[in-house]
Design a protein around this ligand. Structure first.
Ligand SMILES: CC(C)(COP(=O)(O)OP(=O)(O)OC[C@H]1O[C@@H](n2cnc3c(N)ncnc32)[C@H](O)[C@@H]1OP(=O)(O)O)[C@@H](O)C(=O)NCCC(=O)NCCS
Length: 185
């Protein structure tokens, strides 16, 4: 098994087809990410060149408590249904955390449904209990605690600046505002 990382529009066709099929099965009609979020595809690929698991890393700058910071998060994490429960998802999600840490991002930030919290924690991500990530746009926000949503905010503190300011991200409402295509990642 090998983790392969590509700009989203540079994934080799044979791998892209498989990753798209996995995503389409899970999120029908989901479509492509907003290019403004600089999507990066990470794929766990078998020796037979089969895509076993896939995710996308999305990135943007945000301002929190008056300080600008570069944030990246995970989107569309999926393992081939026939190969779930064997640690492949955890492997890829941990690799993505290392990728984001090395990428120059200050912070890793994303939301997940509450039952998946332990899965992400087992791959090194930290749950920010009490923190709500706000998606959408300033004019049409989509908070992770909107009615019908029960999202947990997961994080990784990478730069010295956000490690110093870590307390300000806890029990906080964080304006991510990724836009109208990827409304909440
Ligand atoms: C979530 C997902 C990526 C995990 O992939 P995987 O390769 O099966 O993950 P792993 O084998 O590394 O399993 C890790 C743990 O997560 C747990 N887990 C997986 N899906 C879960 C779910 N929906 N609810 C609760 N726990 C879950 C597994 O039980 C396992 O726990 P264990 O180690 O204590 O047994 C996979 O189940 C999937 O593709 N789900 C559908 C898409 C999805 O929900 N994606 C996440 C939201 S973007």
């Amino acid at each position: 098994m090998q983790v392969r990382t590509f700009a989203a529009d540079e994934v080799p066709a044979a791998l892209a087809r498989q990753a798209e099929a996995l995503a389409e099965r899970e999120w029908p009609g989901g479509g492509a990410h907003d290019p403004a979020l600089r999507p990066v595809a990470m794929l766990l690929v078998s020796a037979e060149r089969e895509v076993v698991a896939a995710l996308d890393v999305l990135s943007k700058e945000l301002v929190h408590r008056g300080r600008a910071c570069r944030a990246s998060g995970l989107s569309a994490v999926v393992t081939d249904p026939a190969r779930r429960g064997r640690g492949h998802g955890r492997h890829l999600v941990a690799a993505a955390r290392e990728f984001i840490a090395r990428s120059g991002a200050d912070i890793g930030l994303f939301t997940c449904d509450r039952p998946l919290r332990a899965f992400y924690e087992s791959a090194g991500w930290e749950a920010l209990e009490g923190t709500v990530l706000i998606g959408g746009t300033p004019g049409d926000p989509l908070p992770g605690d909107a009615p019908g949503f029960d999202k947990v905010t997961m994080a990784g503190f990478f730069s010295a600046q956000v490690k110093r300011d870590a307390a300000s991200f806890r029990n906080a409402r964080i304006a991510l505002h990724p836009g109208v295509i990827d409304r909440l990642w």
